[in-house]
Design a protein around this ligand. Structure first.
Ligand SMILES: Cc1cc2nc3c(=O)[nH]c(=O)nc-3n(C[C@H](O)[C@H](O)[C@H](O)COP(=O)(O)OP(=O)(O)OC[C@H]3O[C@@H](n4cnc5c(N)ncnc54)[C@H](O)[C@@H]3O)c2cc1C
Length: 450
C-alpha cells in the first residue's frame, strides 16, 4: 500500500480543544490503531480555544446562575474530568489554576435569588460559601468601595469558593492532549497542520477527505471544527434543520489586579449569554479582564479575513430563521441588549457604555483602568433550531449514524471537551467494532475527588 492509500480508522477535523481531547482519548482509552487530525492553521487552538479567545473558566455550574440544577449536574461531571486530567499530569499552575470565584447578587431581588439558589445548589456543591458585605470587604474589596472609598449603598451578596481550580489555558491544554496521545507508540497518531478540509465524500464505506494538497481516507470522521462544523455538515447535506448565528465576544482588560478572583453576575434569564464578568487572565499575569460582550458578526472567525460567505451559507436563511430573529427582536430587553453590544465596539462611546455595566461589579472603575483588549475574543456559533423556531443556548451534535459526526461547540464547549470526547469515542468504537476502556477512563477521569 502506498502512503496515499493509507486508510485511517478515525479522522478528526479541527485541532481546537475538542479535536485534541478526542485525539487523546482515542489514543489512550481505545484499541483504535490509527487516528489522524487535520487542522486548518499551522498551530493548535488558534481560534476559540485560544487562551485569549475565551474566559478561561472551568464552567462547573456552581456560580453559573443561568444553569438549571439539571444542567449543573451534567457540566459538573465533565468539568471534573478537566481537573482530574490536569491533576493526573501535574499541570497545576501550568495549565490549570486556582482563583477564588463567586457570583454576586446586587439589590434586594438579586440577593434573594442568590440565597435561594445557594440553598438549591449547596448539596451538589457542598463547598459553596455565602459572603455578606462585610466578608466581601475583606476578600474582594473592589466590589464594595467606590473611588472615594465609600461603601456601596445597595445590598450585595456573593456565593462562591476560595480554594478550587477555576481557570484553564485551553490552548495549552490542547497541546498537552496531543503530547500525551503521542506517547502511546502502539497507535499511529498523525497530525497535519495547514490542512483545511475542503470537501468530504463517502465511497465504498470509506470517507475521502480532501484538503488543498491531499486526500485523506478514513473509515470514520468526527468533525470538531467549532463554528465551521455546521458549515461542513451542510456541505454534505446534513443538519439542514439547523442554522447558525455567530456571536462574537470582546473583552476589556486592566493593567492590574482589580479583582482577586472571578466575579460573575446574576444572569437575566431572557438573555442568551452569560452576564458580564471579571476574571484574572492567566496570559496577562492575572490582571483583570472584563467581558465578554455579545456581538452578532457575519463571519465564522473573529480576527481573520474571509468566512463571510461561509457565514451566510451556514445561516440557512429562510422563513423559520426570520421568525427566530423576529421573536428575539420583539422583546425589548433582548433588542436593547443586542444594540448595546454593538455600541461596545464603537471607539470611545463603547468604552463608556461598557464602563457603566462593569461598574455594577467594580463601582470604583474608571476609564483609565481599562482598555479594549485588542485581539482578544472569539466567536460562539449559536445554533438556530429551525424546526422549533428557537435559538439553542448550548452545544449541539449531529450523529448521522453513517460514520460521520459534527460537533457544534459554543460555551461551555471548552469545559466539556473531555466529556464530549467520551461520548464520541463510544460512538466511534461501536461503529468501528473497537473497544473503549471505560473502566480505565472512569478510574482516571471520573471518580470522585478525595
Ligand atoms: C468570548 C468567549 C468566551 C468563552 N468562554 C468560555 C469559558 O470561559 N469556558 C468554556 O468552557 N468555554 C468558553 N467559551 C467556549 C469555548 O471557547 C469553545 O466552546 C471551545 O473553544 C470550542 O472548542 P473547539 O475545539 O470545538 O472549537 P475551536 O476552538 O473553534 O476549534 C476548531 C478548530 O477547527 C479548525 N477548523 C475549522 N475548519 C476547519 C476545516 N475545514 N479543516 C480543518 N480544520 C478546521 C480551526 O482552525 C480550529 O482550530 C467561550 C467562547 C467565546 C467565544
Amino acid at each position: 500500500m502506498t502512503k496515499n492509500d493509507k486508510v485511517y480508522e478515525l479522522l478528526i477535523v479541527g485541532g481546537g480543544v475538542s479535536g485534541s481531547a478526542l485525539f487523546y482519548e482515542v489514543a489512550t482509552y481505545t484499541d483504535i490503531k490509527s487516528v489522524c487530525l487535520l487542522e486548518k492553521y499551522d498551530e493548535l487552538s488558534l481560534l476559540n480555544s485560544n487562551a485569549t479567545a475565551n474566559s478561561q473558566t472551568i464552567h462547573c455550574g456552581d456560580i453559573e446562575t443561568n444553569y438549571t440544577l439539571e444542567k449543573a449536574k451534567k457540566v459538573k461531571i465533565t468539568a471534573n474530568m478537566i481537573e482530574k486530567y490536569c491533576l493526573q499530569h501535574n499541570y497545576q499552575d501550568k495549565i490549570m489554576f486556582k482563583h477564588q470565584k463567586m457570583a454576586i447578587g446586587i439589590g434586594y431581588e438579586e440577593c434573594k435569588f442568590m440565597l435561594k439558589r445557594y440553598e438549591e445548589f449547596k448539596e451538589l456543591y457542598p463547598y459553596l460559601e455565602v459572603y455578606d458585605k462585610q466578608k466581601l470587604e475583606q476578600i474582594e474589596p473592589s466590589l464594595i468601595f467606590d473611588k472615594n472609598g465609600n461603601g456601596r449603598d445597595e445590598e450585595i451578596v456573593g456565593v462562591g469558593v476560595k480554594d478550587e481550580y477555576t481557570t484553564v489555558n485551553f490552548k495549552a491544554l490542547s497541546q498537552s492532549f496531543i503530547d500525551n496521545a503521542k506517547k502511546n507508540k502502539d497507535v499511529q497518531a498523525d497530525i497535519f497542520f495547514n490542512s483545511q478540509v475542503k470537501k468530504m465524500t463517502k465511497k465504498d464505506d470509506i470517507y475521502m477527505v480532501k484538503t488543498k494538497n491531499k486526500t485523506y481516507k478514513a473509515k470514520m470522521v468526527i468533525v470538531n471544527a467549532g463554528a465551521h462544523s455546521l458549515f461542513l455538515a451542510h456541505s454534505m447535506g446534513y443538519g439542514k434543520h439547523f442554522g447558525q448565528i455567530p456571536i462574537a465576544g470582546s473583552f476589556y482588560k486592566a493593567n492590574k489586579h482589580i479583582l482577586k478572583g472571578k466575579v460573575y453576575m446574576v444572569q437575566n434569564p431572557k438573555l442568551p449569554f452569560a452576564a458580564l464578568h471579571g476574571d484574572p487572565d492567566v496570559t496577562l499575569d492575572d490582571n483583570t479582564r472584563f467581558g465578554p460582550t455579545a456581538l452578532v458578526l457575519p463571519k465564522l472567525e473573529r480576527f481573520r479575513s474571509g468566512t463571510y460567505m461561509d457565514f451566510f451559507k451556514t445561516l440557512q436563511l429562510d422563513i423559520n430563521i426570520l421568525k427566530i430573529f423576529y421573536n428575539l427582536f420583539k422583546d425589548s430587553q433582548i433588542r436593547n441588549y443586542i444594540l448595546r453590544n454593538f455600541l461596545f465596539e464603537v471607539p470611545y462611546f463603547g468604552k463608556l457604555a461598557f464602563l457603566k455595566d462593569a461598574r455594577k461589579i467594580v463601582p470604583s472603575l474608571t476609564a483609565k483602568d481599562i482598555s479594549y483588549a485588542k485581539g482578544f475574543g472569539g466567536v460562539r456559533g449559536q445554533i438556530l433550531d429551525k424546526k422549533n423556531q428557537k435559538l439553542m443556548l448550548g452545544e449541539a451534535s449531529i450523529d448521522t449514524g453513517e460514520g460521520i459526526l459534527f460537533n457544534m461547540t459554543p460555551s461551555p464547549g471548552a469545559t466539556s471537551c473531555l466529556g464530549n470526547a467520551k461520548r464520541d469515542v463510544q460512538i466511534a468504537c461501536d461503529y468501528l467494532g473497537k473497544k473503549f476502556d471505560k473502566k480505565k477512563f472512569e478510574a482516571e477521569l471520573e471518580e470522585e475527588q478525595k
